[in-house]
Design a protein around this ligand. Structure first.
Ligand SMILES: C[S@@+](CC[C@H](N)C(=O)[O-])C[C@H]1O[C@@H](n2cnc3c(N)ncnc32)[C@H](O)[C@@H]1O
Length: 496
């Protein structure tokens, strides 16, 4: 069936004012696509089942609620060829919403503000832990003599940072699709509610960190228009930093010094010293688990010709990684590009932003010597099995273990070369003792390890920062631990 075939015989709002417009229905088809084919949608307000019909092609199951039996009978007859719709005769304002496993809710019932708020409150209770629930509304822009859907959404949004507007759909403001009056705003809107903890947003001023807010997404929405201040750019004295401090975290921003010098040739680029990081984040700095690699920034930026200095003091704001522009409609934007967008880089200026490393001659000499000794001039690979292998939230997780083992084994078997390796426990205790392991890199300086990795034909690892640091130089495979990976990825890495 063509995507729009289901619309044959389905009226537009112009013919049937209670239903959604054909544009709304098409926008839904395009937005939801195949992504929800295994999921369940709850519709509040069936009417004659016209939008229900469309939803039934986009979801595994649709549950739809209506008080009026005539409408239910009509809708059932209209959809007699569909086998995945459950029609419920239900007064949604006077009965409990005892639904389970709902992924999307289409609210299209009583459009008066208090009823819509009630619909949203009931809907939010259905959200699954750590997941996003989509909430679709019709009649956002309806010209009411009273407060309606638009005001309800605005009120809920103000009070609940987990509730967000994602996209407007359907006919545009001013449209005559509703015979009663032209739309005062967009016809429909897709919102989301995410049932997960909020993130703290820090401002770092004069070497002190202040928590200013808690929100769902760090940074600013594409449309917010917030960018790094022009005056800051004009001064051409830049400090770059992360608020997570593992080697992979710093590695993600390692191309920024070069990119800044290319954009502002006579600028200065500073990296916070360990002393400054301790001052900002507290004396327990190196002891905190999340900051267990206190000198990772040196490992990444030492010898970088585009870094002027590691500094102990910075006055004014540091625009760290919380300052970013995230784009809800394009979750494929990696963190580095989100940060560079905030720094007013154009797409072209930021096109070459994979992590980069600058090794000293001594480091290269030592690395080359080790490579020569163990594999001569032959191709080799590097295997990294970190302590997060087969775990979730710091604990052994059988499903992750089986998956990490399987996907990494496949790559290793496909690439039968000698391997340099680093593993958090002896290689014989990992599932990879079958490799031709020629050298245990554990006792080699981290930067020299990275050099050896950069010269390898391939790098195989469970998801780990050290691995993505060398994707510019070597083919890099990583078994993903975190779902969803979201923007927490590095372009060029093959995620398994
Ligand atoms: C705007 S229409 C729904 C249109 C439909 N979603 C479509 O796109 O074709 C709203 C429907 O909600 C129903 N309704 C009103 N109050 C209700 C309630 N308390 N419980 C369930 N349904 C209700 C009305 O009978 C009406 O059919």
């Amino acid at each position: 069936m063509n995507n729009y075939d289901i619309l044959n015989g389905v009226p537009d709002k112009r013919q049937e004012k209670n239903t959604t417009s054909l544009k709304f229905k098409k926008d839904l088809i395009n937005f939801l696509g195949d992504k929800y084919k295994n999921k369940t949608c709850l519709e509040i307000g069936t009417h004659k089942g016209y939008t229900t019909r469309v939803l039934s092609t986009l979801f595994k199951k649709v549950i739809t609620c209506e008080t009026n039996t005539d409408y239910i009978n009509f809708a059932e007859y209209l959809n007699k060829d569909r086998d995945n719709i459950e029609f419920l005769q239900k007064d949604v304002y006077n009965t409990s919403w005892d639904f389970e496993d709902i992924d999307v809710v289409f609210i299209d019932c009583n459009h008066e503000i208090n009823y819509v708020i009630k619909d949203i409150e009931n809907t939010i209770k259905l959200a699954k832990q750590n997941q996003e629930l989509l909430i679709i509304f019709d009649d956002y822009g309806l010209q009411n003599p009273w407060e309606g859907v638009k005001e309800a959404i605005s009120k809920v949004k103000q009070q609940n940072p987990r509730f967000e507007i994602i996209k407007f759909i359907g006919e545009h403001k001013g449209s005559d699709c509703n015979p009663r009056a032209n739309l005062r705003d967009e016809e429909g809107v897709i919102c989301s509610y995410t049932n997960r903890p909020l993130l703290p947003f820090f401002r770092i001023v004069d070497g002190k960190a202040y928590e200013v807010d808690k929100q769902l997404h760090l940074g600013f929405k594409k449309g917010d228009g917030l960018r790094i201040p022009d005056e800051y750019l004009e001064k051409k004295e830049f400090t770059i930093m992360r608020t997570c401090h593992g080697i992979g975290d710093w590695g993600i921003i390692s191309a920024i010094p070069r990119l800044l010098k290319q954009k502002y040739p006579d600028c200065k680029v500073y990296i916070p010293s360990l002393k400054l990081l301790r001052k900002i984040f507290g004396e327990g700095y190196s002891g905190l688990d999340m900051w267990s690699e206190p000198t990772a920034n040196y490992s990444v930026f030492n010898n970088n010709p585009y870094v002027d200095e590691f500094v102990d003091e910075v006055s004014g704001d540091i625009f760290h990684d919380h300052y970013r522009i995230y784009d809800r409609e394009n979750i494929d934007t990696p963190l580095i590009k989100q940060i560079l967008k905030f720094w007013q880089f154009s797409d072209k200026e930021m096109s070459d932003c994979q992590p980069e490393m600058y090794w000293s001659d001594e480091e290269k000499k030592l690395g080359d010597k080790i490579i020569k000794k163990y594999v001569d001039d032959n191709e080799y690979g590097c295997l990294l099995v970190s302590n997060r292998f087969g775990t979730q939230m710091g604990k052994h997780h059988q499903e992750s273990f089986d998956k990490d083992k399987q996907v990494m084994t496949d790559v290793l078997k496909d690439n039968d070369v000698p391997y340099f390796y680093w593993s958090s426990k002896p290689l014989s205790e990992t599932p990879f003792s079958f490799i031709n392991g020629v050298f245990d890199m554990r006792h080699v300086d981290l930067r020299v390890q990275l050099y050896i990795k950069s010269k390898a034909k391939l790098n195989v690892a469970n998801q780990c920062g050290t691995n993505h640091l060398i994707v510019r130089y070597s083919k890099s495979y990583e078994s993903v631990r975190q779902y969803p990976l979201g923007m927490n990825f590095v372009e060029g890495v093959t995620y398994l």
